[in-house]
Unconditional design. Sequence first.
Length: 255
Amino acid sequence: MHKFINFYKFVVNVCLTLILLGINPAVIRSDSFIPDAREPYYPIAVTASSILPYGFTSSPITPEVEARIRGISFSENCPVPLSSLRYLTVLHIGFDGQTHMGELIVHERIAPSVLEIFYRLYLAGYPIEKIRLIDDYNANDEASMTDNNTSAFCCRTIAGTDTLSLHSYGLAVDINPLYNPYVNGEQIAPAASAYDREMGTVFSPHFMTESDYCVKLFQAYGFTWGGEWDGVKDYQHFELHTIPPVVLSCSMKCL
């Protein structure tokens, strides 16, 4: 009964938000969230106000945000300049069933796609516990993952290597990492994850598989999911190796 009441409250809140924005909830269908996987898909070019409500924003890195990240997740040795990054705010449904405000930093070229993805996750009621800048954890990836924090940009190398991660370019996002760990042989990150090595899973509804809505949605936007890699598995991880052509020529004006 408690879960039903929380779900009912969520539906009411979403409907009221849509009505206030002049959007008819009756026209939103679950089958409209994921594009046809048989055809190449790129973000539609519409104005931000016609698809994204209050709470979903993208902006250049302001002096205030720069002060939070410089010397922590960002340094002069990063492969991308601050001018190529975007600060995003998104709404998300927490594990408590309530709406929360989250924040991410991503590369400007994928900002429109990431905003759309998180908007659709929010409308679907997909639970994400928290979304905070990794700088709140002093850019300590293990600490962020252990706290089940969803994050994106962080100028760092891939664990156990000297190779820069795509997080360093703002081209990767990690979702609910405590329940979707990085697994490489004997290494499991975060170490606090309850990953069952023999069964190859985390016994939790928050563990993502190939049929998970979040996985399908990111893949529909061209992202690669680490849960499908051979050998090493990174269940939390979504990355974009190449930029879809429409995003290359798209600024926030074409959202």
